[in-house]
Design a protein around this ligand. Structure first.
Ligand code: UDP
Length: 452
């Protein structure tokens, strides 16, 4: 009998391709034929191993998102062109020995479910953010929470969730007019969700079971994460290239040969992910704190951000610091020389930090990152969060305090202990028979029955 065939469709940004590609690989390891459908522009950055890769059109085949004038234009074009090319892709396999039986689509692309239904196949929505964030947005979708969500004095109290103070609430819903296209994209995830045959979230039962359960009647998601390559969780990382998708070239050799010469847990690793754009002021505050920390540091500053670094900063680090344009983050978080992760708290980075047992300094910037930061500090207790001043800046003294707290402060040992505990729980969730592994097996079983 031929294995069931799924098409996996990520939103074409680094933080979405990584977990969906990893899911495709996990399904392939369980005997499912998985094809990643990705935009022409991102296709060249992906080496997917056991997963086939097929192009799909967003209407900007040469330059991707950067070619569109704005988010609205991009999303509209992706919807129109993507629907057609996804449909063509399903047709391509229709009369072969492996017709497509399910589209696993990024929840940011709900139109893919309509395509699945037109072809009479399963549609599975995959959420790439935390269950908590999904719960908050579910409440808005259901009308039990109204926009704007601004908590001046009291915290926001939602069933099953810890009290969320104003600084913990996702930015898009506090000031809905700030990023209207992104807010619409977040809300549209729920529009046709009741028609989806499966709903998945990149989280795990032990981490956010309670938060997911609190809204399961509206958002019946199976927690199947963390979607971090198992090799890293198992400590078998020799020669592993990470997710197998990198939109920028990782400077692995430069990073590892520099790290090789550094003592255990002596290096602070800093990254703000693939999208955040810091102000020059915030960069200067962080640069100052790093210089004064007396620790080694490795800072990922994307090419487009580099001009914001203080003048002569790079030369002034005197071998204590290395600044690179991009790296394989997993490789760094798994390196014995790294002892602290300064993160913007994107959901993938948060899960990677937890899964690799790394204590964190949270400096959230926008979107859901504030909510993730709250959990890092208060719920999972694996890090400290740099507080912002009245201008929205984490000051140099504040960042320095947080760095010291994680590297050598009073709470350092407790955070390291908790980080090790979460690493163990993350590994257990995806190991054979673990909570996420079982949820994936159940999905595979249903696919196999349907293709019978
Ligand atoms: N990443 C990487 N190299 C870097 C910085 C980030 O490989 O130098 C990866 C990181 O491992 C994560 C993704 O990029 O999987 C970023 O996703 P996240 O959700 O953390 O943040 P976003 O970029 O979406 O804001």
């Amino acid at each position: 009998m031929e294995p069931p065939h799924v098409i996996v469709l990520p939103y074409p940004s680094q933080g979405h391709i990584n977990p969906l590609l990893q899911f495709a690989k996990r399904l392939a390891s369980k005997g499912v034929k998985a094809t990643l459908a990705t935009t022409h522009y991102t296709l060249r950055s992906i080496g997917a191993g056991a997963v086939a890769v097929e192009p799909i059109s967003d209407g900007f085949d040469h330059g991707g998102f950067a070619e569109a004038h704005n988010e609205d234009t991009y999303l509209k074009s992706f919807r129109e062109n993507g629907s057609k090319s996804l449909s063509k892709l399903i047709w391509k396999y229709k009369n072969t020995s492996s017709p497509v039986s399910c589209i696993i689509y990024d929840s940011f692309l709900p139109w893919a479910l309509d395509v699945a239904k037109q072809h009479g196949i399963f549609g599975a929505s995959f959420f790439t953010n935390s269950a908590t964030v999904c719960a908050v947005f579910s409440h808005i979708h259901r009308g039990t929470l109204t926009l704007p969500v601004k908590m001046e004095h009291e915290p926001l109290l939602l069933p099953g969730l810890p009290p969320l103070y104003d600084c913990d609430i996702p930015g898009f819903i506090k000031v809905p007019e700030s990023y209207p296209a992104y807010l619409a994209m977040k809300m549209n995830q729920f529009l046709n969700l009741d028609k989806a045959d499966f709903v998945f979230d990149n989280s795990f039962q032990e981490l956010e079971g309670q938060e997911a359960t609190s809204v399961e009647k509206w958002w019946p998601a199976k927690l199947i994460g963390p979607m971090v390559p198992s090799a890293y969780l198992d400590g078998r990382i020799e020669g592993d290239k990470g997710y197998g998708a990198s939109l920028w070239k990782p400077l692995s050799e430069q990073c590892t040969s520099w790290l090789k010469t550094k003592p255990q847990e002596s290096v602070i690793y800093i990254s703000f992910g693939s999208m955040v754009s810091l102000t020059s002021k915030q960069m200067a505050e962080i640069a100052w704190a790093l210089t004064c920390s007396n620790s080694y540091f490795l800072w990922v500053v994307r090419e487009t951000e580099r001009r914001k670094l203080p003048t002569h900063f790079v030369e002034s680090t005197n071998g204590k610091g290395l600044i690179v344009a991009w790296c394989n983050q997993l490789e760094l978080l798994a390196h014995p020389a790294v002892g602290c992760f300064v993160t913007h708290c994107g959901w993938n980075s948060t899960l990677e930090g937890l899964s690799l047992g790394m204590p964190m300094v949270a400096i959230p910037q926008w979107s859901d990152q504030m909510t993730d930061a709250k959990f890092i500090e208060d719920i999972w207790r694996v890090g400290v969060r740099a507080k912002e001043d009245e201008f929205g800046i984490a000051s140099r003294e504040e960042v320095l305090f947080c760095l010291k707290e994680v590297m050598e402060g009073e709470r350092s040992e407790e955070m390291k202990r908790n980080a090790r505990k979460w690493r163990e729980l993350a590994k257990r969730a995806i190991d054979e028979g673990g909570s996420s592994d079982k949820a994936i097996d159940e999905f595979v079983k249903q696919l196999k029955i349907s293709t019978g």
